[in-house]
Design a binder for this molecule. Structure first.
Ligand code: FES
Ligand code: FES
Length: 159
């Protein structure tokens, strides 16, 4: 099958790749760009493990085609730390032990960061609703929600 040439920005870097027109963005990230943070939990838009942002919109990369990334700006979990310095959400998830197997964690971190950029002072209900599309089969969610709320409080205090 004919492959398509795509130029896009991923985690601040301009990248180019060739992909099959039917290939998902998730497969492009994992198999062509070696960015394996985004996970495939379902492949049908139901679990959020593959979450990335595209031009600042939260997207399930399993529901997006790799060719649709042309000219876009994509951020994956690999792009949310500042070099060696983890993002406050990442530090707080470690502090709260808000993960077990870790399959859901990259998607939840990307989704939570997206929430805090839009709403730095979310209520618990708002956090729960925002993360409702990110399923976790291990933690029971409580530590995740508390980690996000506490990060938001810390970031407000620091700003
Ligand atoms: S793998 Fe994309 S939503 Fe589950
Ligand atoms: S930590 Fe295992 S699915 Fe969330």
């Amino acid at each position: 099958m004919k492959t398509i040439h795509v130029t896009t920005t991923v985690n601040g870097d301009t990248v180019e790749y060739l992909c099959d027109p039917r290939e998902t963005m998730l497969d492009v990230l994992r198999d062509r760009l070696n960015l394996t943070g985004a996970k495939e939990g379902c492949g049908t838009g139901d679990c959020g493990a593959c979450s990335v942002t595209v031009d600042d919109r939260l997207v399930c990369s399993c529901l997006m085609l790799g060719v649709e990334a042309e000219g876009k700006t994509i951020t994956t979990v690999e792009g949310i730390a500042d070099g060696e310095n983890l993002h406050p959400l990442q530090k707080k998830f470690i502090e709260y032990a808000a993960l077990q197997c870790g399959i859901c964690t990259p998607g939840i971190l990307v989704a939570a960061k997206s929430l805090l950029e839009k709403n730095p002072d979310p209520t618990e209900s708002e956090v729960r609703y925002w993360l409702a599309g990110n399923l976790c089969r291990c933690t029971g969610y409580d530590k995740i929600i508390r980690a996000v709320m506490d990060t938001a409080a810390d970031m407000r205090e620091a700003s």
